[in-house]
Design a protein around this ligand. Structure first.
Ligand code: TRP
Length: 366
């Protein structure tokens, strides 16, 4: 890429980010006016335990959307586990753990649909027609796939890794979701899903001229607080710097006691100059609802020890009911399995209906 092309590419993506943000604000208003116009799809890979980054970043937002009356679908993306690993790991335990986290956080299985990839054949079958609608070059250009490949440190890219944005398009399109709450890094996947929906219509026409087979999903960019791990680095399970939802109050206290801070006794909220201290203030703020600046002022020159004690207390207090529900849920595996089975039944009914429309459009309905 030449320098000017480079500049062009980054300015276009700035412009499209600004557009996505503006559109997200419009969607947010439209939800308040009429939540029944929307169906949300979100999901997680069952690769480990959920931590505070997941909770404050996505889980809490899903519960809010559900409680505002939006039809919410939550996918346990079990086939996506093997995009970048050789095996599925302790998959059963992780899937059930994820379902328990969802329910404990407030996802209500009566109103929302919790389901998993491998139980919904119709969803996965969409992969075939969808793969015919994208080119190999296009897949290689996907910036998120590129970034994820770089993070795997020279590991060979599998066909599933290369094509997972198409599988993700199937996740979104099969259930006719029109909004997908995402972080910025997932925007290219949404664009891919929209392109597939458009190309499908263009190539196969519409059975009903007023009704495209697929909806055009849009991103709902959420204001996600940038939380760091307790060592001040990017929060990630592999760095051991996270606080998991399922940890005990004592474990939480122990981890926070070891959290990195700085030598300045006076506590101030300064995310750029004092990232570690500010991150702890942010955690206290997110769990108590009080502004980080106000918390800092209250602690004053009592130092990092006092700050850690306060964060520990407010986090443990906020998480206590969630943790209690989670423990109860995990003790009742049959209930978790029943929730998943009910969600999968709904997802299969929808997938079969969508697949019938796809076969109809493709004149494969013999
Ligand atoms: N890629 C998402 C993650 O790693 C999980 C996911 C799978 C997803 N399919 C999706 C998210 C469809 C949104 C829409 O967390």
């Amino acid at each position: 890429m030449t320098r000017s092309e480079d500049a062009l590419a980054s300015s276009t993506s700035d412009a499209s980010l600004a557009r996505s943000k503006a559109r997200s604000a419009e969607i947010d208003l439209a939800i308040d006016q009429d939540p029944s116009r929307f169906r949300v799809l979100t999901g997680d890979r069952p690769t480990g335990h959920l931590h505070l980054g997941h909770y404050f970043g996505t889980l809490r937002n899903r519960v809010l959307l559900q409680d505002r009356g939006v039809d919410t679908w939550v996918l346990v993306a079990d086939y996506q586990v093997i995009t970048d690993r050789d095996g599925v790991g302790p998959i059963r335990e992780r899937v059930l753990g994820l379902v328990a986290d969802y329910l404990a956080a407030g996802i209500d299985p009566e109103r929302s649909t919790i389901f998993n990839h491998s139980a919904v054949p119709g969803l996965n079958q969409l992969m075939l027609p969808f793969l015919s609608l994208v080119t190999e070059a296009e897949l290689h250009r996907n910036p998120t796939v590129k970034a994820e490949l770089e993070a795997t440190e020279g590991r060979a890219m599998t066909g599933l890794m290369l094509t997972y944005p198409v599988h993700q398009a199937a996740d979104i399109l099969f259930c006719k979701a029109n909004i997908v709450p995402v972080g910025q890094d997932q925007l290219p996947h949404l664009e891919q899903a929209r392109l597939i929906a458009q190309r499908f219509d263009k190539r196969y026409g519409r059975v009903d001229p007023d009704q495209p087979v697929f909806r055009r999903p849009e991103a709902l960019l959420s204001e996600v607080p940038l939380l760091l791990g307790t060592d001040g680095q990017k929060m990630s399970k592999s760095r051991g710097n996270t606080i998991e939802l399922g940890m005990s109050a004592d474990e939480t206290a122990r981890i926070l006691k070891k959290a990195k801070t700085d030598a300045e006794r006076l506590i101030t909220f300064d995310p750029v100059g004092r990232p570690e201290v500010s991150n702890l203030l942010m955690l206290a703020s997110l769990s108590s609802g009080e502004a980080p600046e106000a918390i800092a002022e209250r602690i004053g020159d009592s130092g990092a020890g006092a700050l850690k004690a306060l964060v520990t207390e407010s986090l443990n207090e906020m998480l206590a009911p969630l943790r209690a529900r989670r423990a109860d849920l995990l003790a009742n595996e049959d209930h978790l399995l029943a929730v998943l089975a009910a969600g999968n039944e709904r997802a299969n009914a929808q997938a079969d209906e969508t697949l019938a429309q796809v076969r109809g459009a493709m004149r494969m309905d013999y």
